[in-house]
Design a protein around this ligand. Structure first.
Ligand code: NI
Length: 177
C-alpha cells in the first residue's frame, strides 16, 4: 500500500482515454485499488480515478461519509467501479459545486444529470447495475469523465462560476472528487 502522487490538470495522462480492465481479482488490481484508497483518504478526497495516479485503466473509487457540515450530501459506502458505463435514462441536468484532487483549491458550478443508471464490475468481476440520483450520480459522472480524459472545468457552462475555493466560500470547506 502506498500514497501515490496525484497528477494535476495539464498532465497528458489526465487527457487520455483509459483502457478497460481485462482481468479481475488479480494481485495487481487489488494493489492498484489499495493505493487509490490510501491516496484518496490521505488527501481527504471523496473519489479518485486511476488516471489521477498515473494508471491508465478504467477503475474508480469513491466514498462519502455523512458530514454534519454538509447535511444535504448523502453518505455513500465505499464503492469500487471497474469499467463503468453510464446509461442515461433521465435527462434532467442540475448544477452543483464540484472540486477535484487534480485541480486543487478550485471549485466550479457544473451541470450533471440528476439521475443515471450505471453498470460496472467490482474487483471480483461481479456485475453492478444501479440507478442513482443527486450527489451519487454527480460523483459517478465526474469519475467516469476522468476515464475519458475529461476534467470538470471542461463541463462548466458559466465560467464566472469557477474560482478559488477560499474566495468563493470563505466560511467552509468542500468535497473533492
Ligand atoms: Ni476529480
Amino acid at each position: 500500500m502506498a500514497i501515490r502522487e496525484i497528477l494535476r490538470m495539464g498532465h497528458p495522462l489526465l487527457k487520455a482515454v483509459a483502457k478497460p480492465v481485462t482481468q479481475f481479482n488479480t494481485p495487481e488490481l487489488q494493489s492498484l485499488i489499495t493505493d487509490m484508497r490510501d491516496t484518496m483518504v490521505a488527501n481527504f478526497g471523496a473519489g479518485l480515478a486511476a488516471p489521477q495516479i498515473g494508471v491508465g485503466l478504467r477503475v474508480v473509487i469513491f466514498a462519502i461519509q455523512h458530514n454534519p457540515r454538509y447535511p444535504k450530501v448523502e453518505a455513500i459506502p465505499e464503492t469500487i467501479l471497474i469499467n463503468p458505463e453510464i446509461l442515461l435514462e433521465e435527462h434532467t441536468q442540475i448544477a452543483g459545486w464540484e472540486g477535484c484532487l487534480s485541480v486543487p483549491g478550485l471549485r466550479g458550478w457544473v451541470p450533471r444529470y440528476q439521475q443515471i443508471r450505471y453498470r460496472a464490475y467490482n474487483l471480483q468481476g461481479d456485475s453492478i447495475d444501479r440507478v442513482v440520483t443527486d450527489f451519487h450520480a454527480r460523483v459517478v459522472q465526474h469519475e467516469v469523465d476522468h476515464l475519458d480524459g475529461i476534467l470538470y472545468p471542461q463541463r462548466i457552462t458559466d465560467m464566472r462560476q469557477f474560482g478559488f475555493e477560499q474566495a468563493l466560500f470563505p466560511q467552509q470547506e468542500g468535497l473533492s472528487v
